[in-house]
Design a protein around this ligand. Sequence first.
Ligand SMILES: [Fe+2]
Length: 222
Amino acid sequence: MLDFHAHVLPGADHGSDGLQTSLRQLALAEQAGIDVLVATPHFYPQRDDFGHFLKKREAARAELADNYGGSIRLLLGAEVHVCVGLDHLEGLEELCIPGTRVMLCELPFRGLTGGMTETFERLLEDREIVPVLAHVDRYEPTTIENLFSMGINGQLNAEPLSHHFRRRRLLPWIDRGQIVALGSDIHGTAIGYSQYLKAVDFLGPRFDAIEERVRELLKDAL
Ligand SMILES: [Fe+2]
């Protein structure tokens, strides 16, 4: 199973306060049956210095790689907070999963603000980025459906899928192929992969379809 969204790099963001937490997170992932995990520390272009972010992420990746002896294949990514002008960022490709043009994009909490649709258009057309919208259940459905209509796909967290009353409305997006990845969005170790496993159980063949899509999406990275 592939976890597309996880905050497991030691000290890279608030997802892990250090190496021991990260190793515990990976142990939980391994026990759950994860074999590929994309490490996606937050990047806020309006607040973070890009060069500093890349250096910090690389140091965290190296520390974890040097100390982790388990079986999970770690891929480097980022959860990029989309803002107007993101398409102008030089070196944006560094935020994509290596070997691909795939970038996990987080919308602001209030959804799309003025100029952001155009930013997405330029990311797609000028920069040839393949955005995947993080945890699409958190936003107003019409906002997400507008982005889907532009050819952008989405990622779902396991958490809403583990809730009986919240998951029903998400199924049409899965069945239309607009959900291309699942993620634990793990922060710390308290919840671990219990919700992820509940979601897998609930989804059944739908989970297999999402797995197929995500492995196709990342085939050049795997
Ligand atoms: Fe996240």
